[in-house]
Design a protein around this ligand. Structure first.
Ligand code: GMT
Length: 384
């Protein structure tokens, strides 16, 4: 039997898919008996308990006034990586989201020399499509990606966007390891209680649409509101917007202007929202860009059909006409039409729901994804 690995994982600790995937990988590796260290600014959101085999290392920065706004965090992070790698004799350092994590990992390796762990960089989306290719970050991000021992993306879309966006030859390997979902946690289970808690006057058969995100511009929150308003015009319904972010206030304003504010709930950031999610009828994701769409995957796992924009990696997750519908970016009317086609035909909705769950169980279970990460780690450590 191969010896357990010593792995460190770096991610953003905040709400967001990259941190959730990173945490899921780390916890699953620990369940398999590996020693796992999380290195981050704060305890990652989904790491609310530290199971056996898992340690958290907080990156702290000097509060010296001169350093304010200096962007010295990558240096503090690299220093912590060096400390942990040395003390724990790490085999692998797996960073999620390239900016600035892949660069900090490269700096740490320069210092550690022969004793450095293998570096795996998992790109997640805007680190390639938006932030990483911004001229302020591009040269260092490209360099850090190229200096990683392995690079992974959650979708073929993001692999291709990385090759083209950073002008990296396609001969440079990028492994696609699709994001995964805990299908035992994200289970179908329709009940009205969690919806009634948000809408005490909810009618017995009144449909509920749901959206979950960090409510940033890339999610096109006004399109979520637009789709809801269009559907509501033809079929009275409700909308739940889970999460928080800069687009919340404009969305609330738009809903007030439309006279629909009372039909929409904003419960804010939620740690445990699976019951709410599973009880909704349709999940909306009209994003401008999405390397994968983890929230849509969680909805599908609960048997909730998804209506989304046909962009990025979403078509790799949502099967158009089978588990949900895809429409051109910004086509609010088409999306509303798709939602209505599901809500007005219960047999159709049920067929989509069953297929959604079955497709997720077939293609996006956690264990096969963790097998892929584990064999990637083993391959790097063995030097093959
Ligand atoms: O780049 C971001 O928007 C942040 C990132 C995150 O941390 O949530 O989201 C990206 O990574 C997720 C996990 O792999 C994907 O599910 C999201 O689609 C992706 N977001 C974008 O591409 C906009």
């Amino acid at each position: 039997m191969s010896p357990p690995l010593r792995v460190a994982i770096t991610c953003f600790p905040t709400f967001g898919g990259s941190g959730m995937v990173a945490t899921g990988v780390g916890l699953a590796m620990a369940e398999r008996g590996h020693r796992v260290h999380f290195i981050a600014r704060e305890l990652p959101v989904r790491l609310d308990t530290l199971p056996r085999g898992v340690t958290f290392h907080e990156v702290t920065e000097s509060d010296y006034p001169v350093l304010q706004h200096s962007g010295a965090y990558p240096i503090a992070l690299a220093s912590k990586m060096i400390e942990v790698a040395t003390a724990e004799q790490l085999d692998v350092l797996h960073v999620h989201y390239a900016v600035p994590h892949a660069t900090a990992a490269w700096m740490a390796r320069e210092v550690l020399g022969d004793k450095a762990p293998r570096i795996v960089t998992t790109l997640h989306g805007t680190d390639t499509t938006l932030v990483g290719i911004h001229p302020s970050y591009l040269p260092m991000t490209r360099f850090s990606i190229l200096r990683s021992d392995a690079v992974t993306t959650p979708s073929a879309f993001l692999r291709d966007a990385t090759w083209s966006g950073f002008n990296i030859p396609t001969s440079v390997p990028i492994d696609v390891i699709a994001n995964f979902v805990d299908t035992e946690h994200y289970v179908p289970g329709r009940e009205r209680a969690s919806l009634k808690a948000l809408f005490p006057d909810l009618g017995e058969h009144e449909p509920v649409l749901i959206h979950v995100s960090n409510l940033r511009p890339v999610k096109r929150i006004t399109d979520v509101v637009g789709v809801f308003a269009e559907v509501h015009r033809q079929l009275p319904c409700r909308l739940v917007m889970v999460g928080d972010g800069p687009e919340r206030a404009p969305a609330e304003g738009m809903l007030r202007e439309l006279g629909l504010a009372h039909r929409v709930a904003f419960p804010g950031k939620q740690h445990h929202f699976v019951k709410l999610l599973a009880s909704a009828d349709v999940f909306l994701l009209p994003s401008e860009q999405e390397s994968f769409g983890l929230a849509a995957l969680e909805a599908l796992s609960c048997g909730v059909p998804v209506v989304a924009s046909d962009v990025g990696g979403i078509p790799e997750v949502v099967r158009h006409g089978e588990t949900g519908f895809l429409a051109p970016l910004g086509d609010v009317r088409a999306m509303a039409g798709h939602v209505l086609s599901l809500l007005k035909d219960s047999a159709r909705w049920r067929a989509f729901s069953l297929r959604a769950r079955a497709d997720v169980v077939e293609r996006f279970r956690k264990e096969p994804a963790i097998d892929q990460y584990e064999s990637l780690y083993r391959r790097l450590v063995s030097g093959a």
